[in-house]
Ligand binder design. Structure first.
Ligand code: ZN
Length: 112
């Protein structure tokens, strides 16, 4: 299933970017507190970073959730519509095959 692999890769990619956003968030918080006590321009930079990274992290979390849902649907779809089980040897068979690739038993067309 190529599509499942693609979704998994997208989830990993989103996770990577999300980690960067979270790191930026932590740096932003640190700079904000440092700026409050030491140096006002640092506060401005830190706070801007904090706002941007919070937005990015929330957005990426939503994106990742969407991909996870798509992946789950893809898995369920595969189980429901693309496989059946050989009545003789219980091997999982791809939809559309007429004979079991393992034992050669003729597979009955699915009754709707
Ligand atoms: Zn079989």
């Amino acid at each position: 299933m190529r599509k499942k692999k693609e979704i998994r890769e997208k989830i990993l990619e989103t996770n990577r970017v999300r980690k960067i956003a979270f790191a930026g968030l932590i740096i932003g918080v640190s700079l904000t507190f440092l700026g409050l006590t030491l140096f006002t321009p640092l506060f401005v930079v830190g706070f801007t970073m904090l706002v941007i990274c919070t937005g990015a992290a929330s957005f990426l979390t939503a994106v990742k959730w969407g991909y996870s849902k798509a992946l789950k649907m893809e898995v369920e779809k595969k189980v429901v519509t693309h496989t059946k089980v050989c009545p003789r040897c219980t091997t999982q068979i791809r939809e559309g095959l007429r004979y079991c690739p393992n034992c050669g038993k003729k597979i009955q067309a699915k009754k709707h």
